[in-house]
Design a binder for this molecule. Structure first.
Ligand SMILES: *Cc1c(COP(=O)(O)O)cnc(C)c1O
Length: 418
């Protein structure tokens, strides 16, 4: 459920006609709905209210400072995967005791930074990482709070590129070796075992993979308890899907209904790491039709947003609904909607049936709030779009459109070329 809808044939973001935003800020333009973000955050908090829990928003889905601040204001924490994300989260006031840190390639510098800031815990992805964390913590004279990221070998039945919880993936520690690694952790002097973590993939549209994975992890929790290793935190990761097209993903309430019976009565704090289900349908990407062109066997609608602005179609062959900013009753055409980037893979949609559009009109790429701007690049030296947050009838720039000057920031011409 989101707050982008048509009023008399015109697309609105909450109470603002998006054409007004285009007039003021130009295109391509990311627009987010405050009310939608707040609603999605609250949906998790309400659904899981009866157990102690922390909603750690996955910062990589959308790491804009204003969005992260909004998360903080709603009592949320952050799931981070780099020192850069830690910096962003702390800077906007996400409390360190609500920050969890995953990722297979944490560097010594990043570990030191996170230890110094006293984050809640490291979600450790390998035996060597565990030993690095132990060593760095030792040098700093602190104890590192850790959870082991367990790979439960569950197929989330999603796109292979966003599936992470199978034996063959680089993430986590295979569940059959988990006990062994927990014993190793117990022997290490400078780590304190406080939890267990799993995250099996993204855009999961059924509840059962979550249930199956949690059941496997709970078996491990029991074995650990039997060995005298008690856990305080159970981090179930993120991954709940959203509706891009005709998916019918479960609501957090549905997830809670199936997971809570497994969790009740345990003295453990639940951590969730939703990203896409918070931000995905809270954002759209607005773009202008530059040219229409007839190809050999298809029509091309060439727009001013490209794969550098929204990579998901190219990267995952992902579907994003494309809607006219102003509805029309023209005949349907089947077209490839493509960007200006010099790559054949630069498309937002292929073989898509849309109402015919004219040069100069605007389209909205829906469900672009997660893994949209955060995956954007400057490829082809394209300044990245502005980002705007709408709240009721108000709108705020939360990231300025980049300039040509921004493109060369940090570049240096060595003396010998002067
Ligand atoms: C990406 C990621 C998430 C968020 O996944 P969504 O599908 O966006 O909810 C959560 N936890 C970890 C460890 C991740 O890598």
């Amino acid at each position: 459920m989101d707050y982008f809808r048509y009023v008399r044939g015109e697309l609105f973001a909450e109470d603002v006609p998006v054409e007004a935003l285009i007039e003021e800020y130009g295109t391509p333009l990311y627009v987010y709905s405050h009310r939608t973000l707040a609603r999605h955050l609250d949906a998790y908090a309400h659904a899981f209210a009866e157990v102690p829990h922390i909603v750690c928003f996955a910062a990589k889905a959308n790491s804009n400072s204003a969005i992260l601040r909004l998360v903080a204001r709603h009592g949320g924490g952050a799931d981070i995967v780099s020192g850069g994300e830690l910096y962003r989260a702390l800077r906007v006031g996400i409390p360190p005791e609500k920050i969890v840190y995953a990722g297979v390639g944490k560097t010594d510098d990043e570990i030191r930074y996170a230890l110094g800031k006293r984050i809640l815990m490291f979600n450790v992805e390998s035996g060597q990482e565990l030993e690095r964390i132990n060593a760095v913590a030792g040098r700093m004279g602190v104890k590192a709070p850790v959870a082991l990221r367990i790979n439960p070998d569950i197929d989330p039945e999603t796109h292979p590129y966003i599936s992470t919880g199978l034996r063959k993936h680089k993430f986590g520690i295979p569940i059959e070796n988990a006990l062994e690694y927990y014993r190793l952790a117990k022997r290490l002097e400078n780590v304190e075992i406080i939890g267990v973590h799993k995250h099996i993939g993204s855009q999961i549209t059924r509840v059962s993979p979550f249930v199956d994975a949690l059941q496997r992890v709970l078996v491990l929790v029991e074995s650990l308890r039997a060995e005298g290793i008690g856990l305080r935190y159970l981090d179930i990761g993120g991954g709940l899907g959203i509706q891009y097209n005709d998916e019918r993903p479960p609501h957090p309430k549905e997830l809670a209904r199936r997971l809570l019976p497994l969790l009740r009565g345990r003295e453990i704090t639940l951590i969730m790491e939703p990203g896409r289900s918070i931000a995905g349908n809270a954002g759209i990407l607005l773009t202008k039709v530059l040219y229409l062109k007839r190809g050999d066997d298809r029509e091309f609608v060439i727009v001013d947003a490209g794969m550098n602005d929204l990579m998901r179609p190219t990267l995952y062959d992902a579907y994003h609904h494309i809607a006219p900013v102003r509805k029309n009753r023209r005949r349907k055409i089947t077209a490839d909607i493509v960007g200006p980037v010099c790559e054949s893979g630069d498309f937002l949609a292929r073989n898509r049936e849309i109402n015919r559009v004219e040069q100069g009109e605007y389209l909205a790429v829906m469900s672009a709030g997660a893994y949209g701007f955060s995956m954007s690049s400057n490829y082809n030296s394209r300044p990245r779009p502005a980002e705007v947050l709408v709240r009721g009838g108000e709108h705020y720039v939360i990231r300025k459109r980049e300039t040509y000057r921004d493109l060369v920031r940090g570049e240096v011409i060595p003396d010998f070329l002067q």
